[in-house]
Design a protein around this ligand. Structure first.
Ligand code: NI
Length: 168
């Protein structure tokens, strides 16, 4: 399968992704291909909608090797909010400060279909919250103030133009 990064402006990034019901070898192949794309873009996380697949799958590598998370969800989060810089492979060259819970508890399935619950803190919490947002059609720029978004508008519109050219 030849997957490629979808840029801001591609409608798939705004769709709610479908729950994965069948966990098989082809899903593992998709995850591996996503990891390759993530690494080549110097990313620390990638969600399936970003490569044109509207399914609830993310891959993450925040420095300790990659892992895939199937049907991930946030089941608990801290009231404490921390602001930190984020970027996104679907919104290249845009880096902005985004508020996120300091910790989140996530639930997901592995390739055997087994369920896991894990606590993610600080940077890890940010990465997972960002990727899980993608499955809801939410992007980090949605958290920015109107003023900030207005400032970014030319850059964002340029990405939207590129997105249209690529998809032809
Ligand atoms: Ni992203």
């Amino acid at each position: 399968m030849a997957l490629r990064i979808r840029l801001l402006g591609d409608p798939i990034l705004r769709q709610k992704a479908k729950k994965i019901e069948i966990i098989d070898e082809s899903l593992r192949e998709i995850a591996k291909e996503m990891v390759g794309i993530m690494y080549s873009g110097d990313g620390v996380g990638l969600a399936a909608p970003q490569v044109g697949l509207s399914i609830r799958l993310i891959v993450v590598d925040i420095g300790d090797g990659w892992d895939a998370y199937i049907n991930p969800e946030i089941i608990e989060k801290s009231d404490e909010i921390i602001v930190g810089e984020e970027g996104c492979l679907s919104i290249p060259e845009v880096f902005e400060e985004v508020p996120r819970p300091r910790w989140i508890k996530i639930k997901y399935q592995d390739f055997n279909g087994n369920y896991h619950e894990e606590l993610k803190e600080d940077y890890a919490a940010r990465v997972f919250a960002h990727e899980i947002d993608h499955l809801e059609g939410k992007l980090f720029i949605d958290y920015l103030s109107l003023a900030k978004r207005r400032l970014l508008m030319p850059k964002l519109n340029e990405i939207r133009r590129r997105s249209k050219v690529v998809s032809k």
